[in-house]
Design a protein around this ligand. Sequence first.
Ligand code: ATP
Length: 299
Amino acid sequence: MLKVENVSKYYGTLKAVDNLSFEVKDGEIFGLLGLNGAGKTTTFRMIMCLIDDYTGKITLDGKKIDYTMTDKIGFLTEERSLLTKMTVLDQVKFYGVLKGMNEEEIENKLDYWLDKFSISEYKNKKIKELSKGNQQKIQFICAIIHEPKLLILDEPFSGLDPINVELFKNIILEFKEKGTSIIFSSHRMEHVEMFCEKLVVLVSGKSVLSGYLKDIKDEYKKKNVIVCGDIDKKKVNNLDGVIKVEKEANEYIIKIKDSSYVSKIFKEISKFDNITKFVVEDASLNEIFIEKVGEAYEK
Ligand code: ATP
């Protein structure tokens, strides 16, 4: 289990991370979210021991993380960190050896992963000859080749097509099943929602929202009613409990204060013609994120 306790980090006078605490249990996928400059990379770098002049405590399975433990951690960085003139095999060997593996073990594992990603033919090709998506696969393999206890994934789906997003997702879930603690960061809320059970949202290094996604959604009372049909937008806007009505493609999205208004709204909507859909949904993580981050900036 990863435990981050009351961690703060200054760059000169700038407090980049402000008294941050969270834990990621074995087999848990945790989302670390925030706008640009919120302090995510700084937090990753402290966990990885690339920054050590911070206050507070970061432990993995009860032991303070220091440079001797980095072979227990895998880090997929947002920016490309591959040496493009190297071959795939040499690049992965380079990372594997750094993580304490021997060359034979690295090559066996690499063969397994290249096959899994259907890119075995690139083993002896130079990184620069690979497409962006395939480079992302190699970067991912470098992060997992040593089967880390803690896996940090910063924008892992960047540059991937939907089929490969699904493939990555399944592999990440396999690691979760094996008990790996996973920290996931992305600006794409639908990806976070897809598999993070717990999260923290940072604004200027400070947590403004944290906990289990399910609890966050339960506490956030606002709902969306999705309607298809010929409604009078103005009339619906004036109904009790309605916050606003938006049109998206052939649907109306009616944002309401909470579920207690649903039955009255349903009665009113059914008076309009051609109603073919009336569905009540939880607010998306994206909506919650935008509201909470916005509120934090207004304070
Ligand atoms: P992004 O989503 O854009 O990658 P982030 O959440 O990862 O952003 P950080 O890179 O951790 O944010 O930056 C947090 C704050 O610390 C920002 O204000 C940034 O300008 C500042 N910062 C980051 N690295 C340094 C550094 N080496 N020296 C000085 N300030 C820094």
